[in-house]
Ligand binder design. Structure first.
Ligand code: AMP
Ligand code: MN
Ligand code: MN
Ligand code: MN
Length: 296
């Protein structure tokens, strides 16, 4: 390949649980050498207009994206949508329902933490979320600031995960709905950070099979929470299941865990990149054969 562009197809702004407003995220990404950036906030597309407006003069391309919360097999799985039309009504209705659930869940997390002796958590989390939707990240930030744990990671472990006082079980979108909304909006659905679900290989294969059969397009092979071994493993699985490969940092802001913005490690050899059919893909990456024909 003669020309390789720098892609980061998974990032968050302050419209969900990222720290930076979209314009600052885009500026920072451009300054770090990213050439194609997808903004993929949790369950909202509210930041896309600002991100696009900021991209104009900076020589960076913004891809319209979203990260949809899904419940699959009793656990939460995240599905990234890329190249979506944010105006598509079916997508927006679906996302609106998820945000309503978030609002209810925020109150419920607060009630449960209150029973555990922690007051004011919902108000605190909403204050930290400012104009964005409220997420467990904001609860975690509130709890750290109130001195209940030394850092966000430990606060999740002690308060916000299954079996802990602030955990609220619930039903996000189904896998099939999330894929359908993304496709209805003209986008490609990608399973985010697959290594984080810690699925047995039986469950993982079931997820990948169901996702592909529902019309899913890709798998995040390179991402901020993947080791190189994870990337190689998921590159292999993507090929086996006829899925394209994506790459994204899952950047949440300068003070957040995971990694900084900037060029990501390359996709392992043999991957078909999710961007291969995008109009702006360089000639060396465009026009590659369909996955099916590669796999025979
Ligand atoms: P929510 O969608 O509101 O349930 O919040 C999920 C978000 O919390 C994820 O997107 C991560 O940004 C963050 N998160 C989840 N688990 C952890 C963890 N163990 N440590 C730190 N952040 C986490
Ligand atoms: Mn997040
Ligand atoms: Mn995620
Ligand atoms: Mn994410």
């Amino acid at each position: 390949m003669t020309e390789i562009r720098v892609y980061d197809l998974h990032t968050h702004s302050s419209y969900s649980d990222g720290q930076l407003p979209p314009a600052e995220l885009v500026a920072r990404a451009a300054a770090s050498g990213v050439e194609v950036l997808a903004l993929t906030d949790h369950d909202t597309t509210a930041g896309l207009g600002e991100a696009r407006a900021a991209a104009g003069a900076r020589g960076i391309e913004v891809v319209d994206g979203v990260e949809i919360s899904v419940t699959w097999g009793g656990r939460t799985v995240h599905i990234v949508g890329l190249q979506i039309d944010p105006a598509q009504p079916e997508l927006q209705q679906g996302l609106a329902r998820l945000r309503e659930f978030r609002e209810w869940r925020a109150d419920e997390i607060g009630r449960r933490l209150c029973k555990a002796g922690i007051e004011g958590a919902t108000e605190g989390a909403r204050r930290l979320a400012r104009q964005g939707l409220v997420s467990r990240t904001h609860f975690a930030q509130f709890l750290v600031a109130a001195g209940y744990a030394p850092d966000v990671r430990r606060v999740f472990k002690r308060f916000l995960v299954h079996g802990k006082p602030g955990h609220v079980p619930g039903q996000w979108a189904t896998l099939a709905d999330a894929v359908r909304w993304i496709r209805a909006a003209g986008g490609q659905a990608v399973i985010a950070h697959p290594a984080r679900y810690r699925l047995t290989s039986t469950h993982l294969h079931k997820l990948l099979g169901e996702f592909r059969d529902a019309g899913g397009a890709g798998l995040e092979v390179v991402c901020g929470s993947h080791s190189r071994d994870d990337a190689l493993r998921f590159a292999h699985l993507a090929g086996r299941f006829g899925l394209l490969a994506s790459a994204g940092s899952d950047y949440h802001g300068p003070e957040n865990y995971y990694m900084d913005l900037g060029p990501l490690p390359p996709l392992p050899e043999g991957c078909l990149p999710v961007w291969r059919s995008w109009p702006t893909a360089p000639p060396s990456e465009a026009g590659l054969p369909e996955v099916a024909s590669v796999l025979g």
